[in-house]
Design a protein. Structure first.
Length: 65
């Protein structure tokens, strides 16, 4: 299961949405509006993302990607 980072939670709050680990095993996140209505599934579980790059190779590499 994909683990949501604090940065992602903060960004979701700034965008006025709620994010949760996706129920779809091929996606990373489910995005909901503040009423709880599902908007979209995002992020393919097969690929790295900014936060995973930070953890694996550092912030400079993540920013470069």
């Amino acid at each position: 299961m994909y683990k949501i980072t604090k940065r992602q939670k903060d960004n979701a709050e700034r965008l006025n949405v709620i994010i949760k680990p996706s129920k779809n095993p091929k996606k990373k996140l489910d995005v909901y509006d503040k009423k709880g209505e599902k908007l979209v599934e995002i992020g393919d579980i097969k690929y790295m993302d900014f936060d995973l790059y930070i953890k694996a190779k550092g912030i400079d590499y993540a920013k470069e990607r």
